[in-house]
Every structure is written in structure tokens, then in C-alpha cells.
Design a protein. Structure first.
Length: 229
């Protein structure tokens, strides 16, 4: 059972990405989830939204220096910076928000020799399958806005390692279905403590949350009571 910090746990310190991830690691998370986009000058950056701020140009249309200037120099890291600082300490769940930089992404992962610590995820299934084709050691997770038997089947037939739906419609029988097909199950974005308990009791393999310290405490409590192992 893995607790994964959504957006690198930016809720702790949105203006300082390094500090936010470091805080998440101190809490004891198993991994951090971050979103990947490409700048105009060819840098893969860790940033959630398509634009730094409302009214600004998309990330794709501005340079890395402009992104940092708009967001704050410490608020945005490149993928290389994240790999250098944290890849040896945590699982990196990389949400690929745009197509077109799959080869560059795999190249960076291979340069840092961390393929076995990376999960590439998202809704751009063709891009994720290309990443898997480029390096079979990279785990890929298919994201869905709705959990259902049909989306489980879709993920399985496409060849994904992890089924990664939104938690809202997730049920124990869907988790069991995915497990029987040989896939692990992670789910997002679970922030309410009641929902955390419900999802953890479904025996998911990973829970993605903005509040990993709360999820961690709940998981420890469930294990102490031997409700889950």
C-alpha cells in the first residue's frame, strides 16, 4: 500500500517545490506525483496547469526562464532537477500532460538510471504506450475519470501495468477485477479522511492525495488494528 503525494505535496509549500517534496518525504510517503509539460525552449517542467497564471501564454509558448519568472524561481523544477534531487529517495509518478516529448522523457530517465522507480501515468494512452515501447522497465498507469469494469478491461487490453481511476466510483469489486487481470490499482485525488479509509479498505495498491500526512496516519491506524496489512 503506497501513499503518493499529489503535485509533489505542493499544498505544504506551493512557492518552493523542493521544500514541498522534502516535507512529503519526511511524512513518509512512498512516492510523489508530478505533472509534466514542455516549455518553448525544450525543457520538461513540473507544473500542474497549462498556464502559469490566468491570462498568460501556455507553457508550450514560453521559455523556462519565463515560466520561473511568472511562477517564482523556486516554484517550478525541471524533470532533471527532480530526478537529481529525489529519484533515489522516492517513486516518481510522472503524469504526462502533453504528447510529443516521450523520447526526451525516456532519455532523462535512462540518464539517471531510474526506470524501475518511475511510473508514467495519465490519459494520453498512446504516449504512455510509446514510453513503454522505448523502455519496458518503466511502469505505465492508465488514468480514467470514471472507475468501471469497462475501463479496467480497456487498461488491460491496452497493456497497462496499473489501473489508475478517480476514486469517486471505485468499488472493491473493480479493484478485485483489476488484480485478477494482473494489474495494480492506484486512485486519485483522495483528500477527505472518510474517503481515504473507504479507499484503503478496498485494498488499492496506491492512494494519491494532497494530504499525505493524513493518509499516512489513517493507514498506520488501520494496520495497527489489523484491518489491512
Amino acid at each position: 500500500m503506497k501513499i503518493i503525494a499529489h503535485k509533489g505535496a505542493s499544498v505544504y509549500n506551493p512557492s518552493d517545490a523542493v521544500s514541498a517534496i522534502e516535507t512529503a518525504l519526511k511524512v513518509g510517503v512512498n512516492g510523489v506525483e508530478v505533472d509534466l509539460r514542455m516549455t518553448r525552449d525544450g525543457h520538461i517542467v513540473i507544473i500542474h496547469d497549462k498556464r502559469v497564471k490566468r491570462g498568460t501564454k501556455p507553457i508550450r509558448e514560453i521559455t523556462l526562464s519565463q515560466v520561473k519568472q511568472l511562477a517564482g524561481d523556486k516554484a517550478v523544477l525541471t524533470l532533471e532537477e527532480v530526478c537529481e534531487l529525489f529519484a533515489s529517495n522516492t517513486i516518481l509518478m510522472l503524469d504526462v500532460k502533453e504528447a510529443g516529448f516521450e523520447e526526451q522523457l525516456v532519455g532523462i530517465i535512462e540518464d539517471f538510471n531510474i526506470a524501475n522507480r518511475v511510473i508514467a501515468c495519465g490519459t494520453l494512452h498512446r504516449s504512455l504506450l510509446k514510453i513503454k515501447e522505448l523502455n519496458s522497465n518503466i511502469t505505465i498507469a492508465s488514468s480514467y475519470t470514471t472507475a468501471s469494469p469497462e475501463t479496467v478491461e480497456d487498461a488491460y487490453l491496452l497493456g497497462f501495468d496499473i489501473y489508475n481511476p478517480c476514486y469517486l466510483n471505485l468499488k472493491r469489486e473493480i479493484v478485485d477485477q483489476a488484480h485478477k487481470l494482473g494489474m495494480k490499482v492506484t486512485t486519485w485525488i483522495v483528500d477527505n479522511p472518510t474517503d481515504m479509509r473507504k479507499v484503503l479498505n478496498m485494498r488499492v495498491d496506491g492512494l494519491i492525495t494532497d494530504y499525505p500526512h493524513i493518509a499516512k496516519d489513517i493507514l498506520v491506524g488501520l494496520r495497527r488494528r489489523k484491518i489491512i496489512l
